[in-house]
Design a protein around this ligand. Structure first.
Ligand SMILES: [Mg+2]
Length: 420
């Protein structure tokens, strides 16, 4: 009944106020989440038979990976190496061999791409695969998943777990539940039965802080969260987290498996002419560029780690300055802070040489969804201002809201360096 309700009113699915609402509710469980088990440790056990069946820790200072035999002793990643060795004194500690992991990852992704053209890589060892529409040539999703696991085992020599569901979120949870070396199908009619007994920590966006808050309100299972309802959750989680977590608890997750080559950077610039400009005017242009790029980033559901300031001077020489953030972000204010620091550092050079063009590029782009898999919701929760401004601009045009410093100046002649 729930399933038909949801299909009848797709508008009920969350758009989180960011990006284009992507509503796609499919009838069949045909999204695979394939995730290698203890990837680095499995490669070590594959390549050195003496390590098989033994507790193996990769990395001495910080644990980069632990075999299931080591995980049984409580070893986790990342964990301080000394603590891990206290928990599991018999563990064999090996140094990481990144080139071996990278080679294994390439081989596994070859199998993914051979399985379906619609592969969305999430990290070196996991991906979403959309196998909807392959039934006639490749059989039902369950058969496809079984073949995929057998091929990765035979051709690459590694164990891989696969979850199958109608949505990315459920497929990801299903693969985690299936580990190690397992397969789990969540049929559309059994989604809530599968999800509701699980601990709330399984929900994307529930980090330590949110988990503690939920526990304090007696909510430890996803089913209890669903029973409370969005209204009650809002009281102690705030509106954004309440909407997000309630939607997930009802198995609503409208994101598609996204493929294609993703852009590695976006940029915009503004020509200033030869007239000398006061520092505050230059900074106002930088604000305008940052606002616009932040918006594009969020619209594309991307996050950025590196901010690059580009400058051209009176003598046609150029310079760039860049800053890499500790964490990927799509917050305009974080980007702006980085951009302003770069500008402040470059100001003596600008005053000496005269600035004729200012540009900003955001590089080291990642997928906002991928970040959500690993980061708790908390750091993103204060995004409401950006989301509100984006919404105003979407509805009333990009000139609707502008920085006070840019009023009457317009955003000037600004050309994106690359097409969207
Ligand atoms: Mg993995």
């Amino acid at each position: 009944m729930f399933v038909s309700d949801l299909r009848a009113s797709p508008a009920a699915a969350p758009s989180r106020g960011r990006g284009r609402p992507r509503i796609e509710v499919r009838a069949e469980a045909s999204i695979l989440h394939a995730d290698l088990d203890s990837f680095y440790a499995s490669v070590e056990q594959r390549d050195d038979p003496r390590l098989r069946g033994k507790p193996v820790i990769v990395g001495g200072g910080v644990v980069l990976a632990a075999s299931y035999e080591a995980k049984a002793f409580g070893v986790r990643t990342p964990m301080n190496g000394a603590r891990a060795r206290r928990l599991c004194p018999n563990a064999i500690v090996v140094p990481p061999r990144m080139s071996a992991y990278s080679e294994a990852s390439k081989a596994v992704f070859e199998v993914f791409r051979d399985t379906t053209p619609v592969v969305e890589g999430i990290s070196i060892d996991e991906a979403f695969l959309d196998v909807g529409g392959l039934r006639r040539i490749a059989g039902p999703p369950l058969d496809i998943a079984q073949r995929l696991r057998a091929r990765v085992r035979d051709e690459v020599g590694l164990p891989i777990s696969v979850g199958i569901a109608r949505t990315k979120f459920l497929a990801k949870v299903a693969s985690a539940v299936a580990k190690p070396d397992g397969l789990r199908l969540v049929p559309p009619t059994a989604e809530l039965d599968f999800l509701h007994p699980l601990p709330v920590e399984r929900l994307w966006g529930v980090g330590e802080v949110t988990a503690r808050t939920l526990h304090e309100h007696g909510v430890t299972r996803i089913g209890q969260l669903a029973d409370l309802g969005e209204g009650a959750l809002r009281g102690f989680l705030g509106p954004a987290a309440a909407r997000h977590l309630f939607a997930l608890s009802m198995a609503r997750d409208p994101r598609r498996v996204e493929t294609g080559r993703r852009r590695r950077s976006i940029g915009a610039q503004r020509a200033l002419g030869r007239r000398s400009r006061p520092a505050d005017e230059i900074e106002a242009y930088l604000h305008g560029l940052t606002d616009r790029l932040g918006r594009r980033l969020r619209t594309a559901d991307r996050v950025c780690r590196t901010v690059v300031l580009r400058m051209r001077f009176d003598d046609f020489s150029r310079a760039t300055r860049s800053r890499t953030l500790a964490e990927a972000t799509d917050h305009t204010d974080t980007l702006l802070l980085a951009a302003r620091l770069l500008l402040a550092e470059a100001m003596p050079m600008i005053q000496e040489r005269g600035l004729t063009l200012i540009g900003l590029a955001l590089t080291n782009l990642g997928d906002a969804d991928a970040v959500q898999l690993t980061l708790p919701l908390e750091p993103r929760a204060d995004n409401t201002l950006d989301a509100t401004l984006d919404d105003l601009r979407r509805r009333f045009g990009s000139a609707a809201v502008t920085r006070a410093a840019l009023i009457d100046r317009g955003e000037g002649l600004s050309v994106p360096l690359l097409p969207d």
